[in-house]
Design a binder for this molecule. Structure first.
Ligand code: ADP
Ligand code: MG
Length: 697
């Protein structure tokens, strides 16, 4: 029977009970689904070890030897079996805690032992090793690479450990080899990219002849995953590009007046360029979906305002959506300040703290079109917020917004408004192509003039005394200081305690200064009041959790001290550092950690000290953290899950897959051609089976 419809219950070595567990733990239904549980590594079974050669606990080894004696240890439940295994020159201990009743051990008979060694009392031993009598060892068993599968605790309890999975998958091999499975890629794509067919790849990913065929199999499977993600995204991009958008051809009195009379400084060339790019989209008659990337401090807010003015010039409303209330408030303040000589632009704020009473006139103003520019948080996308003619939506600091939230804006009008997503998180190219592959991109790759690069230092907490002196000196020069503590959700209470202790210590150390404190647990009103005191210069030090990470702008603050820096990821450290270096003064970032650091943490600190370049940091971040640990929002931004491909390391395959997808869509944008049916069908299938993706189309 076709493997793609064969219920796992009826696969060999499964049965009703295990089938339940497999469905629950791995979400698999059919034999074909099981075949898509790829091994995460392989063990070379053609290699034999001697006990004396064992190096570490990480590598499973196989050894030929004999059991010279065995005996029970302990009594009752705690009883275990201990045996001595001799490879001809050395001995080691074998231990069994479970299934003792069924254990049959032949003495002084050659066995093939296979297992992971562990170190105990300076000796190697093996817990629950696989033992096979040499007389029963088949040539296949010691040939090539043995697949190792990831399994869960619940699976292990039902014998579905790596070996159990291997047995199930092995028993599917004869059918797979004989009848195969329908391929999910067309002949043209396979040939052009020198890829294995699907059936061959499935055989070789599980039971490879050799390393070369394993690698080719994995390459093919990775290609397929990335190909369908790209096909999906590029198709969406094409349909966006055809979507009608509000025409905004006019550069009118709002924009011109602001540009000529209110601009506090000359735009950087990069700012000018991206405004032009965006204006090109706005006047095109098609809907804009553009990503604006610019490192922290590159001046995105001003670009946002100029774009909003273009929309207003053309008779539309615009809104700017920020991820936090602090940021929304700050945007309001910055923008009202910039627009202080242009009272004809009506700006309003809507956040979670906006009261019912304030909302009524606000809603009215939005419905009548009297309000031109609305600034706010998530509250903006609530259903009761209706605009007269929303023409442009600007989303700031996108990494806090999921694709779903973005798509909700679409439903506000019949014609979708133009969308500009601004992010300060530089995203490596491969990731950007995947997560934001449906957007066009503009980059502000230049900082406003006169900025001195931030100097970054990494110190252990043993240097605290000299750091305190440094703080004193900087405040003496009229500067202000941030001190940031990590806040990690799982341990919120303890983190808050850290913060409060830090605050108290600072108060004791610097009785002559005033100190503000903000954290996420505070009421928005109190938070704002504290921020305000710092922004106005009333306090010299701001102690905060990462609530200040995003976007806060106090140009006079020139020192960022990050406590427990080892607990922050690279991109977070970079964001935090971006809070300083916004004025003309030399700015500093001090990373404080404990003395003992893991290698990875040390590398992270070194990168921060070495460079201010957000893109370099983002690349390093992806390499260091690996693909499994990419920011949750980014992961959930993927249309389909990745089982085998890695955005961190498979950039080459990704580019190839994107090209293949793009070639197909160029020739046949809607995938109507007979020989492209396969792609359309597979896309639909993926959407149904793995789609946690709301889609933007
Ligand atoms: P971000 O891109 O991180 O949002 P902001 O928009 O907050 O950056 O800008 C950072 C700082 O740079 C602000 O104080 C802003 O007024 C200033 N700024 C922006 N553009 C220019 C420019 N062209 N020349 C000088 N200063 C600028
Ligand atoms: Mg900003």
């Amino acid at each position: 029977m076709d493997l793609s419809i064969r219920d796992i219950t009826y696969c060999k070595n499964v049965g009703a009970h295990r089938a339940d567990i497999l469905r629950k733990e791995l979400k698999v239904q059919t034999a074909f689904d099981i075949l898509q549980q790829y091994p995460f590594r392989y063990v070379d079974r053609s290699k034999f070890y001697k006990i004396a050669d064992i190096q570490d606990e990480d590598t499973a080894v196989q050894i030929i030897g004999q059991i010279t004696e065995w005996h029970p240890v302990g009594i009752g439940k705690a009883q275990r079996i201990s045996a001595t295994f001799n490879d001809g020159s050395h001995t080691c201990e074998l231990v069994w805690f479970q299934g003792i009743k069924y254990l049959k051990l032949a003495l002084n008979t050659p066995y093939l032992l296979f297992g992971k060694p562990s170190r105990f009392n300076h000796e190697w031993n093996f817990v629950h090793p696989e033992l096979t009598l040499m007389s029963k060892v088949t040539p296949e068993m010691t040939q090539g690479l043995e697949p190792i599968y990831e399994t869960t605790e619940a699976m292990k309890r039902s014998g579905l450990n790596s070996k159990g999975m291997r047995q199930i998958i092995a028993s599917l091999m004869p059918d797979l080899k004989q009848s195969g499975v329908p391929d999910t890629l067309g002949m043209d794509v396979l040939m052009k990219n020198h890829l294995m067919g699907l059936s061959e790849a499935l055989v070789n990913v599980h039971f490879p002849k050799d390393i070369a065929s394993m690698q080719r199999a994995r390459e093919r499977l990775k290609f397929e995953e990335l190909f369908y993600i790209q096909l999906h995204i590029l198709r969406q991009k094409k349909s966006h590009e055809q979507r009608v958008g509000f025409p905004m051809p006019i550069v009118g009195r709002f924009f011109n007046r602001f540009y000529k009379e209110c601009l506090p400084f000359e735009l950087t060339n990069a700012q000018k360029r991206v405004v032009k790019e965006i204006h090109g989209d706005l006047k095109s008659g098609r809907q804009m979906n553009r990503l604006l990337q610019g490192d922290v401090g590159s001046g995105k807010t001003l670009v946002a305002l100029l774009c909003a003015l273009l929309a207003i010039d053309n008779g539309y409303q615009a809104c700017i959506m920020a991820p936090t209330e602090i940021l929304a408030n700050q945007h309001l303040e910055t923008l009202t300040h910039l627009l202080k000589d242009m009272p004809e632009v009506k700006v309003a704020l809507l956040t979670g703290s906006t009261t019912k009473k304030q909302r009524e006139p606000l809603h009215e103003g939005l419905r009548s079109g009297e309000i031109n520019l609305l600034i706010g948080t998530h509250a903006l996308i609530e259903d009761e917020v209706q605009f007269a003619n929303l023409g442009l939506v600007i989303i700031d600091e996108q990494h806090r917004f999921g694709v779903k939230q973005r798509s909700k804006l679409w439903t506000k009008n019949e014609t979708a408004p133009h969308v500009l997503v601004m992010t300060a998180t530089p995203i490596p190219r491969t990731l950007a192509m995947t997560v934001h592959g449906d957007l066009s991109t503009s980059v502000i790759d230049e900082l406003p003039p006169g900025r001195k690069p931030i100097q970054t230092f990494h110190y252990s907490i043993l240097r605290r005394r000299s750091i305190n002196e440094f703080i004193r000196k900087q405040i003496g020069l009229g500067r202000q200081i941030y001190v940031v503590y990590p806040l990690i959700k799982e341990n919120e209470k303890l983190d808050l305690q850290d913060l409060e202790n830090g605050y108290n210590t600072l108060c004791d150390t610097f009785p002559e200064y005033r100190i503000s404190m903000v954290h996420g647990q505070m009421k928005a009103k109190d938070k704002d009041a504290q921020m305000q005191r710092f922004a106005s210069g009333e306090t010299q030090i701001l102690v905060a959790t990462t609530v200040i990470e995003v976007g806060v702008n106090v140009p006079n603050a020139s020192v960022m001290i990050i406590e427990n820096a080892e607990r922050f990821g690279l991109s977070q450290l970079h964001q935090l550092r971006g809070r300083v270096g916004r004025g003309a003064d030399q700015s500093f970032c001090i990373l404080l950690t404990r003395t003992e650091l893991s290698k990875e943490t040390r590398q992270r600190m070194d990168i921060m000290v070495a460079t201010n370049d957000g893109f370099r940091i983002a690349e390093a971040d992806l390499q260091l953290r690996g693909p499994g640990d990419i920011d949750g929002t980014l992961q959930s931004g993927l249309p389909f899950d990745l089982k085998i491909a890695s955005l961190a390391t498979d950039g080459q395959i990704l580019m190839q897959a994107r090209q293949a997808a793009s070639d197909i869509l160029d020739a046949d944008p809607t995938l109507e051609d007979e020989y492209n049916r396969i792609y359309k069908r597979q896309l639909n299938h993926l959407r149904i089976t793995t789609g946690h993706y709301s889609g933007i189309s």
